[in-house]
Design a protein around this ligand. Structure first.
Ligand code: GLA
Length: 719
C-alpha cells in the first residue's frame, strides 16, 4: 500500500511500514520497522539537524562532506564527478518495469521519487514497490541523461538504505564450490565498513547477494534480482548511522549514458522482521509469489533420477536405458541425461558448443528420449550453453564467438572458455542451438549449467566497463526468449552446483542445483544457509552413492533421503548397482515423498537448531494449511556420555492436535503419540534413541537422524 501525505511517502506491507520524507533538496528515511497504526508525530523521527551529514539518505551522491560509500557516482567529460541531485517530485504511478533485466512482478503500483541535477541535466528516479502479502519492499534506480553529451556512470546502486545505530551484526552467506552459502556473522560497530561482493562475473559461490543486518529483536534483510557481479556494503559512521548499499559491483564498471538514454539498475529487495526466522518466511513468500513465474510456479516438482554421479562421461545407450528403467520401476518421474551426450564429449576437454548428438553413445537423443518416455518417465537433458571448448566444431568455425582478448592467451577453467554473450550474434546462436536440442528430444526439463568463472572479458563493440553487465543482459535476453518459447519445460539452473543461486536466475528457472556436494552431512549446512533466503522448492537435493564422491563420508540410504527431502528430491547414482533391498527402500522413499510432497516443497520451511557448528539441527516443513508437516532432526557429532538430545519444533498450529509419526530406519511410519501443536512447538521433545536409530555405527563420519510426520487430528484451522 502506498500513500503520499504532503511531503511524507508511506509504504505499507502487512506487518511493516517504511516512511520517507522529502525536503527541499533531498529525501530521507524516517522509519522502517513494525507497522505503525497511526503516523501522527513523525517529526520526532527527524535528525537533530539537517546538515549534509545528518539525515538517512535514500541515495548518497559524491562531492559533499559524507565520505562513506556513495550509491550514485557519475563522471563528466571534464573529469569532474560531483552531482547535485535535488528532490523534484514524488508520485504513485503504474508499475512498468524495464525490459532488459528481470524484475519482480505482481504489484501494479509503485512510488517514484525523482531527483534532478539541473546543471548536468540528469534525472535520477528511485522506484519503490511494496509487496503487501510478503512484507517485502523493492527498489531500483533509473538515471536519465537530458544533456547533449554522454556522462559515465561509475556506480549506480539499486538501493541505499540507512538506519540509526551501529550495533548490528552483518550476516553473509559465503563459501566455495561444494560449500556454498555458509553463514557468517560480523559485528559492524567496530569494523566500520563491511563488504560482501563478487567479481566472478556471476553472483558466485563465494558471496551470495543475500545479506542481513541484525540486532536484538530486529533484522533487516537485503537481496538483489541479479546474476552478475554484485556488491553489498554496510557502513557504520561517526553519526551513529548504518548505511546499506546493494547493487551492481562498481569494480570494472563504467557505463556510457548517451544523450536521451536511461540506465536501469537491477532490483533490490528488502525486508524487516523481528527475527531471522521471520525474514526467511517473508523472503520465501516473496520468491514464491513474485519472482518464480510460469507453469511451474505452484506445480509439484517431479522426483528425478540423474546419471551424472552414476556414470560421469562413461555411458552407453544401454546403460542409460537400464538406469532409466530402474528409475521408472522405483517410481521416479523424470530422467535427466547429464553431460556427455553431445559432440565427442567423452571427457571435459572437448565439444562444449557442439549441441548435436554423440550418436555412438546415445543412439540418437530423439530415440533415446522416446524410449525413456515409453517407460512412463519425463525426459530431461543437460546443457552448458554459455561455454565453448577450443576443441569443438563451433570454435573451429566461429573462433570470434569466444570471450577472448586479442593477442592474449585466455585463462581456461575446466579446460573451457566462455562464449561472448554480450554479442547479439552469439546470443542468437545460443538461443537457436538450445531450442534445437529441446525440439529434437522434446525435452521436458533442462539443466542449464555454467562451469567456470568469467575472465578475458572483451567484445569489439562493447566498452570495457560495460562488459560484465552487457553479458548478463545478453544471458537474460536468451533466457527470456527460450522460456517464452518453451513455457512447459522445467528449467533448473546450475553452476558447478550452486555457484549462481540468485533471484535473477530464479526469474527464469524455478529450481537451482544447490551444490555439487551431495554428501548428506555437508548438505545440511548448505541447504540451511540457502533456506535463509530461498524456498525449498528452489533447491535441487539428491541422494547419491556412498562413500560419497566428494567427501568419502558414508551414511545410510535413509539418512541421505531424509536430508534430500529438504529440497526437490532426486537420485543421482547408478541405480542398476543397487541391491534389491535398496531398490525396495527407494521405492518406499519416493512413495513417501510424493505423499507429503506438497508440505515438503511448498510448506513453510523452518530451520531447526543450528547447522553452522551446532550439534543438533534440521528442518520442519509445515503445509500452508497446517494439516501436515514433516521434520528431520540431525545430530552431527556423536559424543560419548551425552544423552538427552532434544528439539522443539516450530510452525505447527498451536490450537491443533497432531498425530506424531516416526519414520523407521528403513522407512515406514509408526505412530508415537498425539500431542498439541503448542506443546510440539515449545517443548523440548526427546529424540529417543537417536544415536541408535540409523545403521550409523557401520558408517564413516555419519550423521544421526530422526524423521517425523505430523498429521492434524483435531483443532479448528487457524489459517
Ligand atoms: C557440473 C554440475 C554437475 C554435472 C557436471 C557435468 O559440475 O554441477 O552436476 O552436471 O557439471 O559436467
Amino acid at each position: 500500500m502506498l500513500k503520499i501525505k504532503g511531503n511524507y511517502f508511506i509504504l505499507e506491507t502487512k506487518n511493516t511500514s517504511l516512511v520517507i520524507k522529502s525536503q527541499e533538496t533531498f529525501a530521507e528515511y524516517l522509519y522502517y520497522g513494525p507497522k505503525l497504526s497511526d503516523y501522527t508525530g513523525l517529526e520526532l523521527l527527524a535528525p537533530e539537524d539537517y546538515g549534509w551529514t545528518a539525515p538517512r539518505l535514500v541515495f548518497a551522491q559524491w562531492g559533499y562532506n559524507d565520505f562513506r560509500e556513495p550509491s550514485v557516482h557519475v563522471r563528466f567529460q571534464d573529469g569532474s564527478d560531483k552531482t547535485d541531485f535535488r528532490f523534484h517530485k514524488g508520485k504513485i504511478v503504474a508499475r512498468e518495469t524495464p525490459k532488459e533485466l528481470p524484475y519482480s512482478y505482481g504489484e501494479d503500483k509503485c512510488l517514484k521519487l525523482e531527483f534532478v541535477d539541473a546543471t548536468a541535466k540528469l534525472k535520477l528516479t528511485l522506484c519503490y514497490t511494496a509487496y503487501y502479502d510478503s512484507d517485502v519492499i523493492t527498489s531500483y534506480a533509473t538515471l536519465h541523461n537530458s544533456a547533449k553529451k554522454s556522462v559515465y556512470i561509475e556506480n549506480l546502486a539499486s538501493l541505499c538504505f540507512e538506519t540509526w545505530g551501529k550495533d548490528f551484526n552483518f550476516i553473509t552467506f559465503d563459501g566455495a564450490w561444494g560449500s556454498e552459502r555458509q553463514k557468517h556473522v560480523r559485528p559492524i560497530g567496530t569494523l566500520g565498513k563491511c563488504v560482501n561482493e563478487s567479481f566472478t562475473g556471476s553472483s558466485s559461490p563465494m558471496h551470495n547477494p543475500f545479506v542481513m543486518l541484525e540486532r536484538t529483536g530486529e533484522v533487516y534483510a537485503f537481496n538483489l534480482v541479479y546474476s552478475g557481479n554484485h556488491r553489498e556494503v554496510c557502513d557504520g559512521d561517526e553519526y551513529n548511522r548504518t548505511r546499506m548499499i546493494t547493487g551492481i559491483n562498481p569494480f570494472s564498471f563504467n557505463w556510457e549514458l548517451a544523450p536521451a538514454q536511461d540506465f536501469n539498475t537491477p532490483e533490490a529487495v528488502m525486508a524487516y522482521a523481528p527475527t531471522q526466522e521471520e525474514v526467511s518466511l517473508r523472503m520465501h513468500r516473496f520468491v514464491s509469489e513474485h519472482i518464480i513465474r510460469g507453469k511451474w510456479k505452484k506445480k509439484e516438482r517431479p522426483v528425478l533420477v540423474n546419471n551424472w554421479e552414476g556414470t560421469y562421461f562413461d555411458f552407453t545407450k544401454d546403460k542409460i536405458l537400464a538406469i532409466a528403467q530402474t528409475a521408472a520401476n522405483v517410481g521416479a518421474e523424470l530422467f535427466v541425461l547429464d553431460d556427455g551426450w553431445f559432440g565427442k564429449r567423452d571427457d571435459d576437454f572437448r565439444s562444449l558448443g557442439d549441441w548435436v548428438d554423440h550418436v555412438e553413445k546415445t543412439g540418437g537423443i530423439d530415440k533415446l528420449a522416446d524410449s525413456i518416455r515409453a517407460m512412463g518417465l519425463k525426459f530431461g537433458i543437460w546443457v552448458e550453453p554459455e561455454m565453448v571448448n577450443e576443441d569443438s566444431d563451433l570454435y573451429r568455425k566461429h573462433p570470434e564467438y569466444a570471450m577472448k582478448i586479442p593477442r592474449r592467451e585466455p585463462t581456461r577453467m575446466r579446460n573451457q572458455i566462455m562464449l561472448n554473450l554480450a554479442d547479439p550474434q552469439v546470443q542468437g546462436y545460443v538461443y537457436r542451438a538450445i531450442a534445437r536440442v529441446i525440439e529434437t528430444c522434446k525435452a521436458q526439463y533442462i539443466k542449464w549449467d555454467y562451469n567456470r568463472h568469467m575472465t578475458d572479458c572483451y567484445d569489439r563493440s562493447t566498452r570495457g566497463g560495460e562488459y560484465y553487465h552487457r553479458y548478463i543482459m545478453g544471458l537474460y535476453a536468451v533466457l527470456e526468449k527460450l522460456t517464452a518459447r518453451f513455457p512447459n519445460v522445467l528449467f533448473e539452473s546450475c553452476a558447478s552446483g550452486g555457484c549462481r543461486f540468485d533471484l535473477g536466475m530464479l526469474c527464469y528457472m524455478p529450481q537451482t542445483w544447490t551444490s555439487d556436494n551431495s554428501d548428506a552431512r555437508e548438505r545440511i549446512a548448505i541447504q540451511s544457509g540457502t533456506a535463509h533466503a530461498y524456498p525449498q522448492n528452489t533447491m535441487g537435493a539428491h541422494v547419491s552413492a556412498c562413500p560419497n564422491h566428494q567427501t568419502g563420508n558414508t551414511n545410510s540410504l535413509e539418512a541421505r533421503f531424509r536430508v534430500a527431502c529438504g529440497g526437490v528430491l532426486g537420485y543421482e547414482c547408478d541405480l542398476t548397482k543397487m541391491t534389491e533391498e535398496e531398490l525396495a527402500q527407494i521405492t518406499e522413499q519416493i512413495e513417501f515423498y510424493k505423499k507429503y510432497r506438497t508440505a515438503l516443497q511448498f510448506g513453510e520451511y523452518h530451520r531447526l537448531g543450528n547447522a553452522f557448528g551446532g550439534e543438533v539441527c534440521g528442518y520442519i516443513s509445515v503445509a500452508q494449511n497446517q494439516e501436515t508437516a514433516v521434520a528431520v532432526v540431525t545430530v552431527l557429532h556423536k559424543r560419548t556420555g551425552i544423552f538427552n538430545y532434544r528439539m522443539a519444533f516450530t510452525g505447527l498450529d498451536d490450537n491443533a492436535q497432531y498425530r506424531v509419526l516416526e519414520r523407521g530406519a528403513k522407512g515406514g511410519l509408526k505412530e508415537i503419540c498425539v500431542a498439541s501443536g503448542s506443546l510440539l512447538n515449545r517443548g523440548a521433545i526427546r529424540l529417543q534413541d537417536i544415536l541408535s536409530e540409523t545403521d550409523a555405527r557401520e558408517n564413516s563420519n555419519p550423521i544421526y537422524t530422526k524423521m517425523y510426520v505430523f498429521e492434524r487430528v483435531s483443532g479448528k484451522k487457524s489459517r
